[in-house]
Design a protein around this ligand. Structure first.
Ligand SMILES: [Zn+2]
Length: 396
């Protein structure tokens, strides 16, 4: 698709220029009404109506039903239809590596996810195998949806580790030992023939929940993921905050015990050494046996097992104690809890909420809503889609 010029080039038909402006406006806003298009483009109602009719006729735009939650004002009739881009206007692909799997999604530039794939895969093994698998899944999802790689505007890949934001490389420590100092986005880009943008998966979880999940409509939020590690994704004024070199939100490495256990980061007594899933499992194994898995703990929590609820609730209170400090500094509107053990109305979120209420300043605690994420294990994938759309809109 053509790029939008700041003004019509000589010999470039005005109508084509205005059509491009309309497409760019929808791309930047996700979905818009005709009235919003008039305001954004400054074109008249009649011109907008004619251009929208043309774009719908060409299959580039489609009308989507108004949000059923929109309040209908008596006497004003139904809310106006919104316009969204179709697959014909371009696509994005989101990918997210977990420690044990890979998820891939295709979406329109208005954010409609049209296909998803999920495969088991351990990123703790070979990088080459992981990237080959990702490239195969990319081809497969395009084949499934009858698209060519040239239809894809942007690809974002999430990796379960902090990345240096300038190099896109995983540089620290032993979180993903086999991936250190490798350029995963470059390697994947070479395989699929499209440029790939890498991002820390927990940051994508935050964007995913803000765009599609529990944080919809919120602009300042902290997404905390409790898994084999503990990490936080920060969003200020609707945008990801990565820190100067990409390590913002490393909540798991806040020191809790001066002389505590040595952490995988090399420090001592980090939050992760007390409350990540391996430590939660270790606390429950004397009661439930050495074969206990995270999935078993989820089942115990769902069944209301008092031991599991207590251990996970206590972990939540320890995490919440550190999050309370973070809330005092950042004053977020929402804390959204993700990871395998975060169940709706569950002990983990309850424990975190309790500690934030207890330890944050009263005004800060009153302002923040602490909830469980609603996207479960798709948060990072949908965040990859959201970031790819943001990057497409910005480069337009
Ligand atoms: Zn640490």
């Amino acid at each position: 698709m053509s790029q939008v010029s700041p003004r019509p080039r000589p010999g470039y038909p005005h109508r084509a220029y205005n059509l491009d402006r309309m497409v760019a406006a929808v791309r930047a806003h996700g979905t818009v009404t005709r009235a919003e298009l008039e305001r954004i483009t400054g074109l008249s109602r009649a011109t907008v109506a004619a251009l929208v009719a043309r774009l719908i006729g060409d299959g580039v735009l489609r009308e989507v039903p108004a949000d059923p939650n929109t309040r209908v004002t008596p006497g004003r009739g139904r809310p106006p239809a919104r316009l969204a881009l179709t697959e014909a206007a371009g696509l994005v692909v989101g990918m997210a590596f977990g420690h044990g799997d890979l998820r891939v999604a295709v979406a329109t530039l208005s954010g409609d996810v049209t296909a998803e794939r999920h495969v088991r895969l351990s990123v703790d093994n070979s990088v080459e195998v992981a990237l080959d698998t990702a490239a195969r899944e990319f081809s497969e999802i395009l084949r499934e949806t009858s698209h060519q790689k040239g239809d894809v505007d942007k690809v974002v890949v999430g990796l379960p580790a902090p990345l240096d934001r300038h190099t896109g490389r995983i540089v620290v420590n032993n979180i993903l030992p086999g991936w250190v100092d490798i350029d995963p986005a470059g390697g994947l880009g070479e395989r699929i023939g499209r440029p790939v943008i890498p991002e820390n998966a927990v940051n994508l979880g935050a964007l995913g929940e803000m765009t599609y999940g529990a944080g919809t409509g919120k602009r300042d939020l902290v997404f905390v993921k409790v898994s084999t590690g503990v990490g936080a994704g920060l969003i200020f004024d609707g945008r990801l905050y990565r820190g100067t070199n990409g390590y913002a939100g490393e909540l798991g490495h806040v020191q809790i015990e001066l002389n505590g256990l040595v952490c995988r980061c090399g420090s001592r007594g980090c939050l992760e050494t007390l409350v990540s899933t391996p430590h939660i499992l270790a606390a429950l194994r004397p009661m439930h046996g050495d074969a206990l898995t995270v999935a078993d703990v989820v089942r115990l929590l769902q069944a209301g097992d008092s031991g599991a609820s207590r251990v996970v609730g206590d972990a939540g209170r320890v995490i919440g104690r550190s999050l309370a400090d973070m809330c005092n500094v950042l004053n977020p509107e929402a804390v959204i809890v993700g990871g395998e053990l975060s169940l709706p109305g569950g002990a983990l979120t309850d424990g975190i909420r309790e500690a934030i209420t207890r330890y944050a300043q009263p005004g800060v605690a009153r302002a923040v809503t602490v909830t469980t994420g609603t996207l479960e294990n798709r948060a990072e994938l949908l965040g990859a889609v959201a970031l790819a759309i943001q990057r497409t809109a910005r480069s337009a």
